[in-house]
Design a protein around this ligand. Structure first.
Ligand SMILES: Nc1nc2c(ncn2[C@@H]2O[C@H](COP(=O)(O)OP(=O)(O)OP(=O)(O)O)[C@@H](O)[C@H]2O)c(=O)[nH]1
Ligand SMILES: [Mg+2]
Length: 298
């Protein structure tokens, strides 16, 4: 491994640990300038065990073979007792983790319930400037509330399983409308063609104008390395479409808005944790006003 690349990985790793452990005040104090061109971000979401980490592992090795340098940020479900990460993803992605052009980091989901960690936006921001080309974000599979990932990444991939009901569930939760690419994973199992047909049917019900992205539906299986070629190509196609079609300024503002919202939520959590139970005496209105005053004081 070349010294420069190793150094860069180490620097990014240290910086991410610093951000992961920082309070809101520290995060704000140490935040760096964003470069003009930010990293391309791919988000992979889907139910627990649907194969997100396995897909990332296959995808990363393909993309790195094609000359890309990829950084993976995987949100691990936190144990409610330890608030720690179970690091399962790290193990599943071991086959690519020693490549100098790959960086993998698992972070605990902590207090958050939306499939991301409450400091995901800060961590993604920190990942800029270490000479990687793209970031792949794996969310915790939480079923209903995976919309948040949409706010933070360029390309959303939703992983579905060939079990009956997955398509219907996804449609009910509205999640089908927010993905750019649908992947039916474990297509070696029975039922894959059926769900692919169902999703295709749902997608084709919508009409897309010539400048809109029409989501694609693909099937992958860990038993067929080739099945990931089409996914790799679909990602590149979507990236090209984004370059032509997305208002970068608008997107940047939306991301900053999301991040500010996360920081406010976290700050409120921090202050609530610091307040003693006695301070909750009185009407909620008074406690709320006390908290707002604290929030406004640096
Ligand atoms: N049959 C089959 N099994 C698969 C395939 N891909 C992954 N698996 C298995 O599915 C299980 C879960 O895979 P992961 O990649 O950990 O899934 P995940 O979505 O990252 O899981 P969480 O992060 O825990 O939500 C593992 O036992 C994999 O070996 C596939 O294409 N076919
Ligand atoms: Mg995983």
């Amino acid at each position: 491994m070349s010294g420069g690349k190793l150094n860069n990985r180490r620097k990014m790793s240290q910086a991410l640990s610093r951000v992961a452990n920082a309070s809101v005040v520290e995060t704000l104090k140490n935040q760096k300038e964003l470069p003009k061109e930010t990293l391309y971000r791919i988000g992979i979401t889907g139910a627990p065990g649907s194969g997100k980490s396995t897909i990332i592992s296959n995808l990363v090795s393909k993309r790195v073979d094609n000359g890309s340098r990829a950084a993976v940020l995987a949100i691990d479900p936190s144990s409610p007792l330890t608030k720690g990460s179970i690091l399962g993803d790290r193990i599943r992605m071991d086959s690519v983790s020693n490549d100098p052009n790959v960086f993998i980091r698992s972070i605990p989901s902590r207090r958050s319930h939306d499939g991301l960690a409450d400091n995901t936006a800060d961590l993604l921001w920190e990942m800029e400037g270490y000479e990687f080309d793209e970031v792949i974000l794996e969310t915790v599979g939480v079923g209903q509330a995976e919309y948040s990932v949409r706010a933070l990444v360029d390309t959303v991939i939703l992983v579905l399983l060939p079990e009956s009901g997955d398509a219907v569930q996804a449609m009910k939760s509205g999640i089908l409308e927010m993905a750019d690419i649908y992947v039916i994973n474990k297509s070696d199992l029975p039922g894959a063609e059926l769900i692919a047909a169902e999703i295709n049917e749902i997608v084709s019900r919508n009409t897309y104008s010539s400048n809109e992205w029409k989501p694609c539906v693909l099937s992958t299986s860990n038993h067929s390395v080739e099945s990931f070629n089409a996914l790799d190509e679909a990602i590149d196609e979507h990236r090209e479409w984004i370059k032509k079609s997305i208002d970068k300024e608008h997107e940047r503002r939306s991301r900053v808005r999301y991040q500010v919202q996360s920081l406010i939520n976290r700050r409120a959590e921090e202050l609530l944790e610091l307040m003693s139970l006695k301070e909750f005496d009185g009407r909620p209105k008074e406690v709320y006003e006390k908290l707002i005053k604290k929030l406004l004081i640096k």
